[in-house]
Design a protein around this ligand. Structure first.
Ligand SMILES: [Zn+2]
Length: 112
């Protein structure tokens, strides 16, 4: 997962007309991805050693799990590990609206 992230940033980096120093990578991580922020940070640090990304920090923003109940026509927030069905009608969760994303929000960089 970290590899895919680094590849995305590398693609961006290589498409720029001039090299930048990446200071910070802002990530959106869904609560339903089972990604541990601490282990993500660790993997990122290890895998960016001796690359243009060495020293860049990760800023992780959590995105809560939100599901949509077609029966009630409403969004609701399931409790991860406890209760995934709709709190009103108890229909099983079948439509996840957010909480599964792992993507780059934005990059902070400076000129070198
Ligand atoms: Zn419902």
């Amino acid at each position: 997962m970290t590899k895919a992230l680094i590849m995305t940033i590398t693609d961006w980096y290589e498409s720029q007309p001039q090299p930048y120093k990446i200071d910070k990578v802002h990530l959106l991580v869904g609560d339903f991805t089972c990604v541990e922020p601490a282990s993500l940070e660790f993997a990122f640090e290890v895998q960016t050693k001796n690359t243009f990304l060495e020293g860049a920090k990760l800023a992780i923003k959590n995105i809560p799990l939100v599901a949509f109940c077609h029966n009630c026509n409403e969004e609701y927030q399931p409790e991860i590990g406890l209760q995934y069905s709709c709190p009103k009608c108890h229909s099983p969760m079948d439509d996840i609206r957010s909480g599964r994303e792992l993507k780059i929000d934005r990059l902070e960089y400076s000129c070198v």
